[in-house]
Design a protein around this ligand. Structure first.
Ligand SMILES: Nc1ncnc2c1ncn2[C@@H]1O[C@H](COP(=O)(O)OP(=O)(O)OP(=O)(O)O)[C@@H](O)[C@H]1O
Ligand SMILES: [Mg+2]
Length: 352
């Protein structure tokens, strides 16, 4: 879901047309032709409101203020008949996110709404992070408690396996098969716990200068075999880059996660490209492209939520950990459609 949009405008054609387009794009849409109707429709529901400046029963700026009182996280985009300085000033005072001068082309309206919706979702992500931080201590403690008996079980299982392998060869497979399954499940639980602990209690990033180029070459070397098993080609495209500041261990984990996801998503014989470049503002961007199936638009935020996974064995913690680490570096991580056909994950780090 892209977001919940409330259209407050008394031009029925404009509303019908925009409703159709927005619905196709995956938004939920409600419409209202007056301030009173807008407050009723929008209460506790709206992410982004597109509000006409002049409404039959009041001013759009006043409505904007009331909507924001009812829905503190929502953003309002104002439609004005004329783009005057006064209108802009009033709009800013009312806390609107942006304003558009009528008549405005549909693509502009869509771009502005998408930007506002993204902003609202970012706030959502921050809220999720906060909530997780408060339950983090509790769950981290619980994970520790689970870890000890799990370790004990793993050790006993190893004893069992050793004893079993001393038995007569013919009876071994029958007993070994379930034992190895249990062993694999225990390993999986251990990995989930390790990842979860890291997510719940991330180590603070230690920012020191390092070479991104050698970090990325190292990752590619580490993954050559894994990629080769599926005949996925790993391509590196790294210009000479200045040193950046960051926690190299943590960033290595980010790019490993992203590259493994890319290999996972690739068809046999596919291509994964790791590239990096300097941003115009002096920041550094690393992109990981793949030729897989990509991430459908409706999942592009959800994949960063803990435990969201479409893989039978996935923990769904890879990307939330990546995001937590990148946030600690004051950077950004985003997913797009790749020119290679699949997904492209862009990580941007600010100038050191
Ligand atoms: N390159 C990609 N192409 C397509 N989908 C992707 C890609 N990377 C991630 N995803 C989607 O995002 C989901 C979440 O990824 P994440 O790394 O958080 O967990 P996971 O890979 O499922 O599990 P884990 O990383 O714990 O093994 C994946 O299950 C997949 O659906
Ligand atoms: Mg993953």
């Amino acid at each position: 879901m892209n977001g919940r949009v409330l259209l407050v405008e008394d031009n029925a054609d404009f509303v019908a047309n925009l409703t159709e387009i927005l619905t196709d794009l995956g938004y939920q849409v409600r419409a209202a032709a007056s301030c009173a109707a807008a407050l009723k429709e929008g209460r506790g529901w709206v992410d982004v409101a597109l509000v006409d400046f002049r409404l039959p029963d009041g001013a759009g700026t006043q409505l904007a203020e009331s909507l924001k009182q009812d829905n503190p996280d929502c953003e309002v985009v104002l439609l004005t008949g004329y783009a005057s300085v006064e209108a802009a000033a009033e709009a800013v005072r009312a806390g609107v996110w942006d304003f558009l001068a009528k008549p405005c082309p549909t693509p502009d309206v869509l771009a502005t709404l998408a930007k506002a919706a993204r902003h609202v979702r970012l706030d959502d992500a921050a809220q999720v992070a906060e909530r997780l931080a408060s339950v983090g201590t509790l769950t981290a403690g619980l994970s520790h408690e689970i870890r000890n008996p799990l370790n004990a079980a793993g050790l006993q299982l190893a004893v069992l396996e050793r004893r079993l392998r001393k038995l007569e060869a013919s009876s071994q497979p029958l007993l070994l098969e379930p034992l190895l399954l249990v062993r694999d499940e225990i390993r999986r639980l251990e990995t989930i716990l390790r990842d979860f602990l890291q997510f719940a209690r991330p180590a603070p990033a230690r920012l020191v200068p390092f070479s991104m180029q050698s970090l990325l070459s190292g990752i590619s070397a580490l993954l050559t075999e894994q990629a080769g098993r599926r005949q996925v080609a790993l391509e590196l495209s790294l210009p000479t880059l200045p040193e950046v500041k960051g926690d190299a261990d943590q960033l290595k984990q980010v790019f490993m996660n992203l590259a493994i996801n890319a290999i996972d998503a690739s068809p046999d014989g596919g291509l994964v490209r790791i590239s990096s470049s300097m941003e115009s503002g002096g920041g550094l961007r690393v992109s990981i492209d793949d030729s897989g199936t990509g991430v459908p638009e409706e999942n592009r935020e959800r994949i960063f939520e803990p435990f969201f996974s479409t893989k039978p064995q996935g923990s769904g913690l890879g990307l939330p950990i990546c995001r937590a680490i990148i946030t600690q570096h004051f950077g950004r991580i985003e997913v797009h459609q790749s020119a290679l056909g699949g997904a492209r994950f862009d990580v941007t780090l600010p100038p050191g």
